[in-house]
Design a protein around this ligand. Structure first.
Ligand SMILES: Cc1cc2nc3c(=O)[nH]c(=O)nc-3n(C[C@H](O)[C@H](O)[C@H](O)COP(=O)(O)O)c2cc1C
Length: 216
């Protein structure tokens, strides 16, 4: 059975990232019921980023595929490395992916980095997709930011460009009247949501569908 791992680095289980991931899963399901989907909510796991123990760089190391450190994500790292598809979903925090997502990527990808040949050697080539949610809505700034945060995933998988879904200017809260959010007038947020959100969900659905088609 084929497997897609969704690495979900968002803390909120009913907000934007959660809904986009739900749409992605539906997209996968629209192509096949025979693909196992592992939805990993990183905030439910106990782990840290790379410890720089360098066990994966020791001559003759057996940790080139999966990080040597044993903690809450050891099994997930193994499953991800040998899956068929990988979707990384994260809110944008301070112009980056969330700390949990970053920590996971360090642990996943650093063992694959080959300092002899200046390349990344994952045990398997996976189909990749990325999902983001953010307040920002300036296309040039966002493009630059996401190119930067996706660099390592592209490098890891032979310069394959992930299918990217970026939901901009998201509803950060359900009730804007309750919060001190002067920078984000409720009317502006609601108008944007009305115009774009359905399309964002559709793009997430399509990304799931395309990944399923690719791996089937
Ligand atoms: C700690 C923190 C930092 C944030 N930094 C940014 C940022 O740098 N740029 C941006 O566009 N949005 C930023 N946001 C807004 C979130 O990316 C946005 O609300 C997103 O929809 C969150 O995903 P969620 O709705 O699934 O929780 C930040 C939110 C938080 C809580």
């Amino acid at each position: 059975m084929k497997k897609i791992v969704i690495i979900d680095g968002g803390p909120r289980k009913t907000m934007n990232i959660a809904k986009l991931v739900e749409a992605f899963i539906k997209g996968v399901g629209s192509i096949s019921d025979d693909i196992e989907i592992k939805h990993v909510r990183l905030y439910d796991y106990d782990y840290k980023g790379c410890y720089s123990c360098l066990a994966c760089k020791v001559k003759g190391s057996k940790y080139h595929d999966v990080c040597a450190i044993k903690d809450g994500i050891t099994d997930v790292l193994k499953e991800t490395a040998y899956a068929d598809g990988l979707c990384i979903a994260s809110p944008i925090y301070f112009s980056d992916i969330s700390a949990q997502t970053k920590a996971f990527i360090e642990r996943l990808c650093y063992p694959w980095l080959d300092y002899n040949n200046v390349c990344m050697a994952p045990p398997k080539q996976l189909a990749t997709a990325t999902i983001y949610a953010m307040n920002d809505s300036l296309p040039e700034r966002i493009h630059e930011l996401l190119e930067r945060v996706e660099f390592i995933i592209r490098f890891a998988f032979g310069n394959q460009i992930p299918e990217r879904v970026a939901a901009l200017n998201t509803m950060q809260v359900k009730n804007y009247d309750r919060y001190d959010f002067g920078m984000f007038p409720k009317e502006m947020k609601e108008a944007w949501h009305e115009e774009h959100w359905k399309n964002d969900l559709q793009k997430a659905f399509d990304a799931g569908k395309h990944m399923a088609e690719k791996i089937c």
